[in-house]
Design a protein around this ligand. Sequence first.
Ligand SMILES: Cc1ncc(COP(=O)(O)O)c(C=O)c1O
Length: 387
Amino acid sequence: MKIEPSLKMSIFEPAIFGDLKAAAEAKKATGAEVVDLSLGSPDLPPDEKVRQALSEQSALATTYGYTLSGTKRFNEAVANYYQRRSGVTLNPDTEIIQTMGSQEGLVHLPFALCNEGDIVLTTNPAYVAYDAGIKLAGAVPYYMPLRAENGFLPNLDDIPEDIARKAKLLILNLPGNPVPALPDATFFDKVVAFAKEYNVPVLHDAAYSEYYFTGDSPSSFLSTPGAMEVGMEINSLSKSFSLAGARIAYIVGNAEMISIIRQLKSNLDYGIFGPIQEAAATALDHAEEITDRLRKEFSQRHKVLMNGLAEIGWSVTPSNGGMFVWAKYPFELDDKEFVFKAIEQCGVVMVPGSIFGTEGAGFVRLALVQKVEELEKAVAQLSTLDM
Ligand SMILES: Cc1ncc(COP(=O)(O)O)c(C=O)c1O
């Protein structure tokens, strides 16, 4: 039998993580110490109350049915969390929809709002799932560069008028992956004004909203006046509550947009396992306590890695939040070549910036997913590089 991938499969390139892992294993096999800062999968365990809720609920005989578009308990926990954290009032029945991790929501969302050939405004660099969703929907990305001179924020004023008029979706991610930039108070006001002027729905990916280390928590996009009219926020339990493997997230915001997504999803899946929803609701009920602990640990890590890299001559993008450090290494070398050489020479595993877009060339992303001592070790190992 001759098996051929569909034409659409040509939009997907093999992910680099497998190659990074193989290079790291080869280095380990030589007896060297390897510090892996590549994947953004949280290393802290979920809170005990959350694990207990999952275990109690899954022991019941009655929790194994389809949950369809989500349980009332989960949606109410999301609404309460938004009210407490951001002062945003959400209707649990009409303004919240759960997704099987935010990746699933992100990949399917452009399908719900865009036709073939429509333009989606997204950043360069950006989290790779945005491009996957845009291209699967047959839409066309228009990339807004994230550059140092603009504080690594997209500049909406630079979008040509004809592109803005044709756009059917604007995707933002602050603090972001891979660039952990945070906007000032006026940025989302500009986004709402832009969305209204050009009739462009907005999706803010708030996956790292609980990762802030100084000052106030990053604002929810939905707390901006007018935001509920123009957009949505997608957030995940993966990062803030260490539930990456449980695959639970949600989209909140404009009821009409949510209803379109609900219709799409009712044809794609039958909902998330009930006990996972209960565990996630428990996490949201205790969000303040759980995320305070997370911030204490990650702010230490953030400080150690940011300062350590700066001390050895790397140019580190300033940030007060996020789960990653975005940095320029002090060598004239292509970033893909650099990360493999770095594994070989010193056993530190990083992600080349260019996999997130052309603007990432010359940068690397380092995830704060190891304890402080490991990060100190990583800096010491990186200081020995010679290229
Ligand atoms: C910005 C951003 N959004 C979404 C996700 C997807 O997370 P999940 O599907 O686990 O919710 C990630 C994962 O790394 C991410 O970095």
